[in-house]
Design a protein around this ligand. Structure first.
Ligand SMILES: [Mn+2]
Length: 334
């Protein structure tokens, strides 16, 4: 395995006294877990560390050590200065987000003497002075674990919790195609360090907020199948959201309930938006695609995951979109 430029990054970190960590917008387990692990390691080496993000840390990560110390980018003061800016899991500098319409990265750069990053996106253009980037790594957390090793920081249960969160998140709980032998070797080293596996696994992958559970119950109740089960359809009304005390974010992956059915190859979630209009999420299993259908309703997206917002009444819009999906299924079947 390549050096991943980790010795250069380690040198840069040793030379810095104050470090400004930044996680990407709409933060996930990798950008937060990796940065929290870096914070623990750097503080153990006697550094001063601040950790920023434009958005707040998701609720299910708030128990991680250091999560309550993550600062919103808007709290950055005019007189704050750092020796080093360290971007974590940020594929492109725009991904750090914006504040009042301005790139957060611009705000941070002027306050930091040097810039560095640790990332695992193959498309990363290398926008810092020191770039530790490996597109073949499954998570930024893998690079951070190795970096801590180079820095001579020994793993403990806190570091294990943060790095597990990073690695488990980006590998879909050790199930996606990027789950390499390196991932399992790293996980083994976290177990050796005393990882509380069942605790963090529950927080990340088992528990759901109660409004989400209640919304799922309603989604399940509305679930029906067309085309002999090849098309699954879920509808959620504004009343469903109100009675579950749920918001649009709680509906995020509910369309998968329909798609994850034996024999189902296409799925639709149609939900009434608070602002009026019906938000449709369309899914398909490759080689089937739904982007053309979404486009025909004024939306768009990826081949197998698309969306559109259609004016009209829930039942009527659902019927129109499912008719288009049925047509597509029949077309692909001949
Ligand atoms: Mn990542």
């Amino acid at each position: 395995m390549s050096d991943r430029n980790l010795s250069a990054l380690a040198e840069t970190l040793r030379a810095a006294q104050s470090v400004c960590l930044v996680s990407h917008e709409f933060p996930d387990g990798d950008t937060i877990g990796s940065a929290l692990a870096l914070r623990i390691g750097l503080e153990r080496l006697g550094k001063t560390v601040e950790h920023f993000c434009v958005h707040k840390v998701p609720d299910n990560l708030m128990e991680l050590p250091g999560a309550t110390r993550v600062r919103l980018a808007e709290s950055l003061r005019g007189d704050e200065r750092f020796d080093l800016l360290l971007c974590v899991d940020i594929a492109d500098e725009r991904r750090a987000g914006t504040l009042d319409g301005k790139p957060v990265m611009d705000m941070l750069r002027v306050r930091c003497a040097r810039t560095a990053q640790v990332d695992h996106h193959g498309t990363n253009p290398g926008y810092c002075e020191v770039n530790s980037v490996d597109g073949s790594a499954a998570a930024a957390g893998l690079l951070v674990r190795e970096l801590l090793d180079v820095l001579g920081v020994a793993l403990d249960t806190d570091l294990a919790a943060c790095l597990y969160t990073a690695i488990a998140t980006d590998t879909g709980n050790f199930s996606h195609g990027n789950t390499s032998a390196e991932v399992f070797r790293a996980a083994a080293s976290l177990m050796d360090a005393g990882l509380e596996l069942t605790r963090w696994n529950r927080r990340l992958f088992v528990e759901r907020a109660m409004p989400k559970q209640l919304l799922i119950a309603r989604a399940m109740n509305s679930l029906r199948y067309l085309c002999g089960g090849r098309l699954g359809v879920i509808t959620l009304s504004r009343q469903d959201f109100a009675e579950a005390k749920a918001t649009a974010e709680h509906a995020d992956d509910i369309v998968n309930i329909a798609l994850d059915t034996e024999g189902t190859v296409m799925a639709l979630l149609a939900r009434e938006e608070a602002s009026g209009g019906i938000k449709c999420s369309l899914r398909a299993l490759a080689p089937l695609r739904v982007d053309e259908i979404a486009r025909s309703f004024g939306g768009g997206g990826h081949a197998q995951a698309s969306g559109c917002t259609v004016a009209g009444e829930l039942g009527e819009v659902t019927e129109r979109v499912t008719a288009a999906m049925e047509k597509e299924l029949k077309k692909q079947n001949v």
